[in-house]
Design a protein around this ligand. Structure first.
Ligand SMILES: Cc1cc2nc3c(=O)[nH]c(=O)nc-3n(C[C@H](O)[C@H](O)[C@H](O)COP(=O)(O)OP(=O)(O)OC[C@H]3O[C@@H](n4cnc5c(N)ncnc54)[C@H](O)[C@@H]3O)c2cc1C
Ligand code: SF4
Length: 517
């Protein structure tokens, strides 16, 4: 007979890791079940070839597309989840993102809570995840009750010049919020060394504020917290009434294990959380657990993104490039009636990662080798909001495998954003015809890369007929089941999702503390 826990948390990423951290000092007995292991610290952490070309840290999981064709999703099963590899761009959603927004392809629905409801939790999450930023610079950002805990990461000279040129051209560039443990005032004692292998790489020196380093490791050794790695949750079982989860079934080292807890919080990532619920169908829940509304797995979102490289004759010797953001096109403008989204920087190109782009690149400067080309590129990441379409969904087959059906929305907005980027680059000496789309940051083919910003498969709301979770992120149909990863998003905005998942986990943690008191 195994011990009964007060809370079982499934998945240790942005949502689950943060919730475990938050609940740990309540003294309640917490079991954290993580499918992966700790990501090994090794030289390959900072080597583009194993990371980008060979996909060393991408799960071997097989998912299937709408045609039943198998693909390897870009998901990362480690303690800390996707945050181990993330770019740590830790943005708040804009206040308007919590309301209804009209887009080219439809409506981005309102959240049941407002920016003001989330604001205190954003502030707490920014403290926990060491966010560096300058409040007030980004014209679209909502009010902060507390300043960022760290000053913004400074621009290196090429980026400072681009920022100055853009400001000169009438735009409002800002320092991007970033969760790295860099102390620029005391570099000798700074944990972060400000290197070029951050965005998309694991941090070898554990200076990235990821959920493993910030949330889970500090709990190791606590008597009331148990972390089990290599523990893949396969299904949840309920009592006769169907209202209470009574068992969490785990596959570990090839064995079936069963754990029990008073509260169960799923945070396995938007696709995998839906997978667990759908694979937990019973007579009481024939469409899957918590799925009387038929919403589990639906409304999958992942952002309409483009990675873009701009080449100029001028060298770009920037090491840590992810310091600049541009939100002048986040909403509709006088020239275009729909929101376009966010422009930010992506990790600096290097020759190894650019290998697959060679034909396009050599067209610009045939005499250049890949090294030269990489040294001259300035690399942007464009994010447009995609919509929660019911047909964009995760389903599972009879063997429990994930099937992902996705049709991209708001392509016209994304194309407009790309055109705006080309225009603004004219202010920076990088003429429009030197800008091209690149794929090497991550494979942009849909749905493969569609997993990095996955969200929305168990949206929260006030109406059980149209949502899976209530506003505390508890399943409407169950008394002790919560979902705390990005699944709860009713819409995704056009900024990176992790800080919202972290803030929400702290918010739900507060609710659970009161419930368990
Ligand atoms: C390359 C990359 C770059 C990114 N950059 C940024 C960025 O700069 N800013 C930003 O905001 N976001 C970024 N993201 C996205 C961000 O990492 C995610 O939005 C965030 O981690 C999602 O949190 P989550 O809790 O929903 O899922 P995750 O963090 O992925 O956590 C899910 C956890 O559940 C575990 N798990 C899965 N299935 C099971 C199971 N059956 N049983 C037990 N455990 C299970 C997984 O191993 C994982 O640890 C990036 C993502 C990637 C991949
Ligand atoms: S820039 Fe800092 S946080 Fe990022 S990988 Fe390098 S040392 Fe780690």
């Amino acid at each position: 007979m195994t011990e009964n826990y007060d809370v079982i948390i499934i998945g240790s990423g942005a949502g689950g890791g943060t919730l475990a951290y938050d609940l740990a000092d309540s003294g309640k007995r917490i079991l954290l079940l993580e499918r992966g292991d700790f990501l090994p610290r090794e030289l390959e952490n900072w080597d583009a070839k194993p990371v980008f070309v060979e996909g060393k840290y991408i799960s071997k999981d097989a998912w299937f597309d709408r045609d039943g064709k198998q693909f390897q999703p870009q998901v990362h099963y480690f303690v800390g989840g996707a945050t181990k590899l993330y770019g740590a761009a830790l943005y708040r959603l804009r206040p308007q993102d919590f309301g209804e927004i009209k887009h080219a392809d439809g409506i981005s629905p309102a959240w049941p809570l407002s920016y003001d409801d989330f604001e205190p939790w954003y502030s707490k999450a920014e403290q926990l995840y060491h966010v560096h930023g300058n409040a007030g610079e980004d014209p679209t950002e909502g009010p902060h009750s507390e300043p960022y805990p760290w000053p913004a990461v400074s621009h290196e000279p090429r980026l400072q010049q681009i920022s100055d040129d853009l400001a000169q051209g009438g735009y409002r560039p800002f320092h991007a919020p970033c969760g790295i443990m860099l102390n620029e005032a005391d570099r000798p004692r700074s944990i972060c060394i400000r290197c070029a292998t951050c965005d998309g790489y694991p941090c070898m020196v554990h200076a990235k504020a990821d959920a493993d380093v910030v949330a889970v490791r500090p709990l190791l050794g606590r008597p009331n917290v148990t972390l089990l790695t290599g523990a893949e949750v396969t299904r949840l079982e309920t009592d006769e009434s169907g209202r209470t989860v009574t068992a969490v079934v785990v596959s570990r080292d090839g064995n079936r294990e069963v754990y029990t807890g008073d509260i169960v919080a799923i945070s396995a990532g938007a696709a995998n959380s839906a997978k667990i619920l759908l694979n937990s169908a019973t007579g009481r829940h024939p469409n899957g657990l918590a799925n009387g509304s038929d919403q589990v797995g639906r409304n999958y979102m992942f952002h309409n993104c483009k990675a873009v490289a701009a080449l100029s004759k001028e060298r770009n010797d920037t090491v840590f490039q992810k310091t600049l953001g541009i939100n002048d096109f986040y909403f509709a403008t006088k020239d275009y009636e729909y929101p376009m989204g966010n422009i930010q920087m992506v990790g600096k190109s290097n020759a190894e990662a650019m290998r697959g782009e060679q034909p396009q690149l050599t067209w610009f400067a045939p005499e250049w080798g890949l090294d030269d080309t990489a040294k001259h590129s300035v690399d942007f990441w464009l994010t447009t909001e995609d919509l929660p379409v019911p047909e964009n969904r995760v389903t599972t087959d009879k063997d429990g495998n994930v099937h992902l059906t996705v049709t991209m929305t708001n392509n016209a907005e994304a194309d407009h954003l790309y055109e705006e980027l080309k225009k603004i680059l004219n202010h920076t000496g990088m003429a429009a015809h030197h800008v091209f789309r690149k794929n090497f940051y991550m494979d942009m083919a849909i749905p493969l890369a569609g997993c990095a910003h996955q969200a929305g498969t168990c949206r929260f709301g006030t109406d059980p007929a149209t949502s899976v979770l209530d506003t505390d992120c508890k399943a409407h149909e169950l008394d002790n089941l919560y979902v705390v990863d990005t699944s709860f998003f009713p819409s995704i905005g056009a900024v990176n999702p992790a800080l919202t998942a972290m803030a929400n986990a702290l918010r739900v943690g507060d609710h659970l503390r009161q419930r368990l008191a």
